[in-house]
Design a protein around this ligand. Structure first.
Ligand SMILES: [Zn+2]
Length: 112
């Protein structure tokens, strides 16, 4: 007999995939998580990952924004506008590099 029954899902909905407790526990140590599923290239884990850090490009760093704003105001009169745009890009742009951590093997990844 090769009749091996899968354990019945108590919710009765097989579309819901339970995340193993050990992985949930690791995921809960992160403040932020990916919205989409990621694949870990080290262990093959597929699912959401913890976000350890967000890296901004140098031209969106605070010192750069401050410099552009100050010098722009002094010499071009448009510094506040440019500074405002940079601040907007920093918060709403898609320029950040995320440092993802696999909850299964704790390998860290950078993702643009
Ligand atoms: Zn992994």
């Amino acid at each position: 007999m090769t009749d091996t029954h899968e354990p019945q899902d108590p919710t009765g909905d097989s579309r819901i995939q339970r995340v193993p407790d050990a992985i949930l526990k690791t995921l809960n140590t992160f403040d932020a998580h990916t919205r989409r599923k990621q694949t870990c290239l080290a262990c093959g884990y597929v699912g959401i990952m913890g976000i350890e850090d967000e890296l901004h490009p140098w031209w969106l760093s605070w010192w750069c924004i401050a410099l552009v704003t100050v010098f722009g105001s002094l010499f071009m009169g448009a510094g506040l506008v440019i500074g405002g745009i940079l601040i907007g890009l920093r918060f709403f742009g898609e320029f950040d590099t995320l440092v993802l951590v696999c909850p299964n093997c704790e390998e860290a990844y950078e993702q643009d």
